[in-house]
Design a binder for this molecule. Structure first.
Ligand code: KG4
Ligand code: ZN
Length: 351
């Protein structure tokens, strides 16, 4: 079973080949430089860049693997949530490949795919609690299997990644700032008590807007604005970043600990999404899993960010259940729940 996966939901163009559940190869084209000058993703530019990159990436991936479209069984594509224009580029390309071949089409939920990437590299013990932390989403799921995800909590305002990106921008760091702030944090010390929004006592929802505002106030108060860019007062910048790392990682840990209390039946904790690459987040969540004698699974940092491999793998898993989509597959923008509107393979003919 050969599955080609396509990811274009935000500002990374990803493509990958998975054969019988094993990652064969993947390619990623980042648009970071295009958006960095604007301090955030510009949707119109993101769609154009996907449109420019995707055919070339496809040709390169197929050529260097001596792969033939006729031998591909499945085309999996991220169908949402994401930027609609960006998603449409990937979905339309996937439909084109399906029309030109005998491959089946699978629309993949981008958020679930992030968490399923944990299973690419190790066998998962289900049921699991899945913590997804990215630039646009912070969510906790209860997953009883790769196919059954129940949403337990989500960000009510900003996602954790946004707290890093927006705060980093004030310090003069290029978008997305999370990785650079994490590097600075590792050489600093947590000296500032920043808010950890835990909401009502048993809530599993998140709110990072208060943290973002507190960071902006502190940067203004200490006149740290643009200091990272000018390479000035770097010790203070490092301590500030360490304090932000601590506040985010601690908040995530508190929520996950609550979720564990409510769901003692789980055997593992999955951690995924761009912010899952954060050194302290990984350490704290791993320690939490360890203290509860649970399996801890998180993708290698390269597979935490958006990528085609997670989409191809999620598509492969869906195909094991004989799930597929028709050519009427819809792209789902941010804010709308991704429907589980698969059709069974034997229920309909191609298209
Ligand atoms: O999952 P992802 O690649 O894209 C979305 O679906 O949003 O996540 C991107 C986010 C950005 O906010 C970026 O700043 C953040 O992940 N990020 C990090 C780190 N690496 C990436 N945040 C904190 N620490 C990191 N090491
Ligand atoms: Zn993502």
């Amino acid at each position: 079973m050969i599955c080609l996966g396509i990811e274009t939901s935000c500002d990374d163009t990803g493509i990958a080949l998975v054969e019988d559940g094993i990652l064969k190869d993947s390619l990623l084209a980042s648009q970071e430089e295009v958006h960095a000058i604007f301090g955030g993703v510009v949707p119109e530019l993101a769609s154009r860049e996907h449109y420019r990159f995707l055919p070339a990436l496809y040709d390169r991936l197929m050529a260097r693997n001596h792969a033939d479209l006729a031998a591909v069984d499945l085309i999996a594509v991220a169908r949402g949530p994401g930027l609609l224009g960006s998603l449409l580029v990937g979905v339309a390309f996937a439909k084109g490949l399906v029309l030109a071949s005998r491959a089946r089409l699978i629309g993949v939920d981008h958020l679930r795919a992030h968490l399923l990437a944990c299973a690419l590299e190790q066998q998962i013990m289900w049921p699991a609690l899945g913590l997804l932390v990215s630039g646009g989403h912070t969510r906790i799921y209860l997953a009883t299997s790769p196919y059954d995800f129940q949403l337990l909590g989500r960000s009510l305002d900003d996602a954790a990644g946004e707290a890093f990106d927006k705060t980093g921008k004030l310090l003069g760091l290029a978008y997305p700032a999370g990785r650079a702030m994490d590097v600075l944090a590792q050489a600093g010390e947590c000296r500032h008590e920043l808010p950890r929004a835990t909401l009502s006592e048993d809530s599993l929802n998140f709110s990072f807007s208060g943290l973002k505002a507190a960071c902006a106030r502190l940067i203004a108060e200490k006149s740290l604005g643009d200091c990272a860019q000018r390479h000035e007062r770097l010790d203070e910048v490092r301590d500030f970043c360490a304090s932000l790392n601590e506040a985010v990682a601690q908040t995530l840990r508190i929520k996950l600990e609550r979720a564990l209390k409510q769901h003692p039946e789980v055997h593992s904790i999955l951690l995924a999404g761009g912010v899952a690459a954060n050194s302290l987040v990984r350490k704290k969540i791993a320690a939490l899993a360890d203290s509860h004698c649970l399996q801890f699974a998180t993708p290698t940092p390269a597979l935490c960010q958006d990528n085609g491999a997670m989409i191809a793998f999620a598509g492969y898993l869906a195909s094991l259940e004989n799930l597929r989509h028709g050519l009427d597959l819809e792209a789902i923008p941010r804010g709308r729940a991704v429907p589980q509107d698969y059709v069974c393979q034997w229920e309909s003919s191609k298209g």
